[in-house]
Write a protein that binds this ligand. Sequence first.
Ligand code: DC
Length: 228
Amino acid sequence: MIDPSPVLTIDGPSGAGKGTVSRIVAARLGWHYLDSGALYRAVGVAAGWANLDVSDAASLVRCAFDTRVEFVDRAENGLRVLVNEVDATEELRLETTGALASAIAAIPEVRLALKERQRSFRRPPGLVADGRDMGTVIFPDAPYKVFLTASAEERAGRRHNQLMEKGVSVIFDDLLREIMARDARDAQRAVAPLRPAEDAVLVDTTGIGIEEVVERVLGLLPVSHRNQ
Ligand code: DC
């Protein structure tokens, strides 16, 4: 049997730095990158465009099957996400979209609808998969698994700084409350809750810079992968 391409899963709560770390690690390894949260966010955005109700599970499941999502690298504009051919990159990053994605992601059939799509990202020479259930449900056989955490205060602080840099003024306590509510919803849902895989390595990023986190994660892989 041919060995499947290696996968490095990076799971963890929102704001732990998964996106940034995963992108850098994937670029260093020359591997593909799956931002699974963007798929749930894209379904949320498409559901909003179609005026679907968050309580209408059947329509949301259909929407999860039907929504086309493409990740396009536009050199000068960075990585863009097209939802049904429309560039929705900015809308995807909104806090409101994250909260909506978190609510939609609690519907078991929505998760099922996106399962094979996520697995299709596994291609040579390898994949870095970022999400909540990459190591537990989507790629349980992944040889490398990381669970990235940071205190809720640190995560809210990072988000606060990002928004301030963009000129968006927000109250820190509101952000902290939103982050804790999203953590609770993601961790307490019945299907694929946020939790570390038994064989995941826990990396706490509280007080640690991105570069050091990247080095720690890369350090978990054999040198043969790192030299590709
Ligand atoms: O990683 P993110 O913030 O872009 O994810 C948005 C929401 O999508 C998150 O709050 C929960 C859901 N999600 C999920 O349930 N499973 C994943 N693998 C990724 C995201």
